[in-house]
Design a protein. Structure first.
Ligand SMILES: [Zn+2]
Lengths: 109, 1003
């Protein structure tokens, strides 16, 4: 059972206190988007072995959504950060680079 | 025979005799006994029957690895099957019964299977029962159900209580042998909080049995001293009878405490599940002795050598008078020495090693016991009890050299470290060829959240078989976890342990090495699931080369002992059959729990009323005392109907419908979700949430709204009221409030976080009552306090005011088609308000009505219900709700999805009303039959029933359904399925059966 640090509460939460929300940093495509764009937005999720960015909600805590950067293979957590951002903070990216040099994920590296 | 000895018995209290029964027979034991020890003391070696062949089985081991001695414990509400006699403590009044036999343990007709064993090879089920299919249901399954299975499922409700306990610490040490004690002490010395758990009632593990000395003390004394020191530490929690059962991600662990198994009825919870979160874990879980594979190794009286000496030393129980020891290592000689000391006979030691052993062997020989080197057991003789062994050359094929009479065979095939907890969370193993064992690979530990290992293994479990390195290893691991968990390591001397020198074992996987088929087919690997050497060889021969496939094909290691005794031996046989080295064949995966734990402990307190606490409206108790027939709705209980006198539920529903249509009805609508959405951007936000426009709703007015998922499907509906310039109140479906609130929050937090909107779920702040029927206004006017006239409060308007002195908000909305006010009052006024309505309404014929009446009223009006007309695949356009989808808005959730070709297409199943030609009620979920059949030979369908009721108002069955192009087929008669009988004819009609012009609500 994972533990993640809720960046709002500022403390560690058991996985059972959280709810998982799938891939982070989705870009919404609404009316006017092509079929391919909309399909990619709604259904096209990456499922990497290794570095991954996910949405989590502090469901039994403060109720806020946050993002976690972690390794799906080892379950190592590189960091968590508030969801109100379009990209991972540099400090998170640096933390990943220290452990997984050369990592890439979607457009991030 | 097996019996109680006058000497020995370090764990029993001879001053406290206990009385218990086995299969109805009264027996006696001593305090401190395991049930297996008590049974042996009463000469009850036969303890059960095997799973497949129903062979007589005796106890094999002395701990949690026991495969045979599974028993039914207790009776009725205290009944538990499959308890291991070896891990059950005897108490006064214990009731035990053997299982898996018919009609009796001594005489079992199922044992005929054993005679048929050559017809029941590995994979028998797969081979035999596949064809013909119909045979499975009528012939094979009933037979298998009758003969298969271990124990019986309990029938009565469990009388005991169970609980969960949450524990946080830096270090958890699993195992209370000398390694666990030392590791705990070394970790505690670094200053961190330590939890030490031991699965048995006793501390010290094997060391006190095996004559180890530590720092000049007998192991027993060192254990007592160390335990006292640990108990005195503020930072150490110690628990016996508590098994470290499972290790999970990021330092989560489960421990299973058996608080009151041995003291039933003393008021304490029976089991406690410890949910531990720690930084580091040390598993000092010891090792399990391996059986040897020779013919007849399952006959009662064949036991593990270590178990034989456990029974003698710990419980003063002699398993038999004459014991032949068979071994491939030095450790088993300790059993011979122990038996000699107890005054028992050891006619022969059979050592498969041509050169034999070291100091322990010499000590045995000096006592005059004969040691046969390079020999093996060709076959054990006996039926329900060992009578002797046939000796052969280990290197040969089993030619008998001599026969030796005995009633016990003490076997030892070496030791396997208990690596389960290390492996639970991904720790890898390495094959140690010198010691013929898998042990943890320290370079591949389970990883924690920080990417570093969080489990270490100490002592025997780490592959150290001698006590001096065990303590050194334990001290080192203890210090290491203390340091990793933030403690400060100080220098301390490691206690020096002394035990006898040993020489290396020689791996023996089959005895004799060239055993014939006849011998191999009587050489058991998995005792509980009846898997023999010949079965694994057959699996390999038939191409099941992966260990995971061979396991499933033969069921090796799949019994309740999870192969604790059989895995390595089975793997070695497989490896030899495949001609591949053992590490290449690999091991199967170990999964928690380490041994079976009670289901009730996993449930803990979450039983009965605490399983899911019921949500109650302020009027709940009133409903309960007025005949409510309850229905669960999203965590709430709502009255389905209010039963009066002797009427049936159907009669009550009919009465409520007619009364509401003709006079006055009250519905407790407090469960409706109520969400306040407020802020400068609230209107813009609601325009995204709902398919229709909410920003242009005028304060004081209400509007019915639809919510779709981003995938376009209808998700929720409800009436939205605009309160003021920046405030809206959104009603959701009953039970939908939490979900919709979370849905709104998700979009606000993760997509439009710069929008200024607050969302608050006020569902439980308000009690809400629907006052419905032609007399509704008369009643409210009688109560007085606010103007409820059609002019001041027209249809789809709302107003704040007071009614009979209670502050309220009245909405002119109707889910029934009648004149209707939904009135919200503060929750703490809800009951008073309800009772006042009932009292004042009496003269107008007021009656409360339940959810079924609500459903019928709305169905008669053709109003959809989320969850009936929708199922996650239905879009608003399918339900004739296109009018509620804004054409003006650029965007809303689901808009882009609904533009996809298959959704933007009228060629779909769409909502219609349905009327049976004979007036009967269609079956819920019935399918509309279409011509022809599909590729699977199933009849084609063209629609289905989504809501169906008997309408008291119209005196006939009415239904709504989704029918292919339905709205264009008005008047057409189609057929609907009816289970067990002929299809029913129904006409496609408008879904609005009652008051199509809507005149009754708008008055
Ligand atoms: Zn939080």
């Amino acid at each position: 059972m994972l533990i993640l640090n809720c960046p709002y509460c500022g403390c560690y939460k058991d996985e059972t206190e959280l709810s998982a929300g799938g891939e982070a940093h989705l870009k919404r495509f609404g009316p006017g988007a092509s079929d391919a764009e909309f399909e990619g937005y709604l259904f096209g999720r990456v499922n990497p072995k290794g570095v991954h960015f996910e949405r989590w909600r502090c469901a039994s805590g403060c109720g806020k959504w946050f993002h976690a950067a972690r390794c799906t293979a080892t379950l190592e957590v590189f960091g968590t950060y508030k969801a109100q951002t379009l990209k991972p903070p540099q400090a998170i990216k640096d933390a990943i680079s220290a452990k997984r040099p050369g990592w890439t994920w979607r457009d991030f590296s | 025979m097996s019996t109680r000895l006058a000497s020995h018995g370090r764990l029993i209290n001879r001053a406290r005799a206990l009385s218990f029964t086995f299969n109805g027979k009264v027996m006696s034991g001593f305090e401190g006994d395991s049930l297996a020890a008590s049974l042996l003391a009463n000469d009850q070696m036969l303890m059960g029957r095997s799973f497949k062949y129903h062979r007589p089985r005796g106890v094999l081991a002395s701990g949690g690895e026991e495969p045979n001695a599974l028993i039914n414990l207790g009776v009725e509400s205290g009944f538990e099957p499959n308890a291991r006699a070896t891990t059950t403590e005897t108490f006064s009044g214990l009731t035990a019964a053997s299982q898996n036999h018919f009609p009796s343990l001594e005489f079992d007709v199922g044992a005929i299977n054993s005679k048929l064993s050559r017809f029941l090879p590995a994979g028998f089920y797969y081979k035999m029962f596949i064809h013909p299919r119909s045979f499975w249901k009528h012939i094979y399954e009933p037979i298998i159900r009758h003969s298969a299975g271990l124990g019986k499922a309990p029938k009565a409700r469990d009388q005991d209580s169970y609980e969960h306990y949450y524990h946080h610490c830096e270090v958890m040490v699993v195992g209370g042998g000398i390694a666990g004690l030392q590791a705990a002490q070394s970790a505690a010395a670094t200053g961190v909080r330590v939890l030490l758990v031991e699965q048995t009632a006793h501390w010290g593990g094997r060391a006190p049995v095996d004559g180890v000395t530590i720092d000049g003390l007998a192991a027993e004394d060192w254990v007592a001293q160390t335990l006292a020191e640990l108990a005195a530490c503020d930072n150490v929690v110690i628990r016996n009878r508590t098994q470290g059962s499972g290790v999970y991600d990021h330092g989560y662990a489960l421990a299973y405490e058996r608080i009151a198994d041995h003291t039933p009825g003393d008021g304490r919870p029976r089991h406690r599940l410890w949910r531990v979160r720690c930084k580091q874990i040390v598993t000092a879980t010891g090792a399990i002795e391996r059986p040897l594979s020779f013919a007849g190794n399952d006959i009662p009286g064949v036991m593990l050598a270590s178990a034989v000496r456990d029974y003698v030393v710990n419980f003063a129980v002699s398993p038999g008078d004459r014991t032949v020891v068979v071994t491939n290592n030095d450790d088993a000689y300790r059993t011979a020495l122990c038996l000699l000391e107890a005054g028992l006979e050891v006619p022969l030691i059979v050592d498969a090693r041509p050169e034999g052993g070291g100091a322990l062997m010499e000590a045995v020989q000096a006592s005059g016991i004969r040691v046969a080197l390079g020999r093996g057991i060709a076959k054990v003789k006996g039926g329900k009890r060992v009578t002797g062994v046939q000796i052969c050359a280990q290197a040969g094929e089993g030619s008998v050299l001599e026969e030796v009479a005995c009633d016990v065979v003490a076997m030892s095939g070496g030791w396997s470290p208990v690596v389960h907890l290390w492996s639970h969370c991904g720790g890898k193993l390495i094959w140690d060829a010198d010691q013929a064992m898998f042990r943890p690979d320290p370079d591949q530990p389970p990883l924690g959240a920080d990417g570093a290992g969080f489990v270490k293994v100490a002592g025997l479990a780490n592959g150290h078989l001698r006590s001096a390195p065990v303590l050194e290893d334990a001290a080192e691991q203890g210090r290491a976890v203390g340091r990793a968990a933030g403690g400060k390591v100080q220098k301390a001397a490691v206690p020096a342990a002394m035990d006898a020198e040993e020489v290396a074992l020689s791996p023996v996987w089959l005895m004799p090495q060239g055993a014939s088929y006849a011998l191999r087919s009587k050489a058991w690997l998995d005792f509980q699931n009846d898997v023999k050497v010949s079965d694994v060889q057959l699996a390999a021969q038939e191409g099941f080369e992966s260990v995971e496939h061979a396991k499933r094909y033969t069921t090796l290691g799949m019994a309740t002992d999870q192969g604790k005794l059989s895995n390595i031996n089975g793997l070695a046989i497989l490896s030899k059959s495949l001609n591949a080295p053992i590490p290449d064949v690999g091991t199967t995966t170990f999964r928690p729990p380490y041994t079976p734990i009670s289901m009730a402990s996993l449930a803990g307190e979450a039983r009965g009323e605490l399983f899911q606490p019921v949500r109650k409206t302020p009027m709940h108790a009133w409903h309960d005392s007025h005949g409510a027939d309850w229905e669960p709705v999203g965590g709430w209980r709502r009255p389905y109907a209010y039963l009066r006198g002797s009427e049936t539920v159907a009669q009550a529903v009919e009465r409520e419908v007619i009364n509401t249509r003709e006079k006055l009805g009250f519905l407790d609508a407090s469960t409706l979700g109520k969400i306040i959405v407020k802020g400068p951007d609230a209107g813009k936000f609601l325009d995204m949430m709902y398919t229709n426009m909410m920003s242009n709703l005028q304060p004081g007015r209400c509007r019915y709204g639809l919510m779709c998922s981003e995938n376009g499907f209808l998700s929720d509906d409800g009436v939205v009221a605009r309160i003021d310039e920046q405030t809206w109140l959104c009603h959701t479906t009953s039970g939908g409030a939490d979900r919709i609130h979370a849905h709104m929050e998700e979009w606000l937090q993760t997509e439009w976080w710069d929008w200024k909107v607050w969302v608050v779920n006020v569902t439980e702040q308000l009690a809400q009552v629907a006052v419905v029927g032609p007399n509704a206004r008369k009643l409210l006017e009688k109560l007085g306090g606010m103007d409820v006239s059609a002019e001041r409060l027209p249809f789809m308007a709302w107003a704040d005011g007071t009614i009979a002195g209670i502050d309220c908000r009245a909405y002119r909305i109707s889910f029934s088609g009648e004149l209707s006010y939904e009135i919200a009052v503060p929750a703490n006024q809800g009951l008073v308000f309800w009772e006042m309505l009932m009292e004042a309404g009496a003269e107008f014929g007021a009656m409360p009505y339940g959810t079924e009446c609500l459903h019928i009223l709305r169905a008669e009006k053709g109003f959809i219900m989320i969850g009936d007309e929708t199922d996650g695949t239905v879009i608003p356009q399918d339900l004739g709700l296109s009018w509620a989808i804004s054409k003006k808005k650029d965007d809303f959730l689901g808009k882009r999805a609904q533009q996809r070709s298959f959704m933007d297409n009228p060629d779909r199943w769409q909502l219609v009303g349905l009327e049976t030609l004979d007036g009967s009620v269609l079956e819920d979920g019935a399918y509309a039959i279409a011509e022809g059949s599909n590729a699977n030979g199933q009849g084609n369908t063209q629609g289905r029933v989504t809501s169906t009721y008997y309408s008291p108002t119209l005196g006939k069955g009415i239904a709504m359904g989704l029918v292919h192009n339905g709205p264009e087929r008005m008047g057409e008669v189609i057929y609907f399925t009816k289970i067990g009988t002929n299809p029913v004819q129904a006409k496609i009609v408008s879904p609005v059966f009652y008051d199509p012009e809507g005149e009754k609500a708008n008055v």
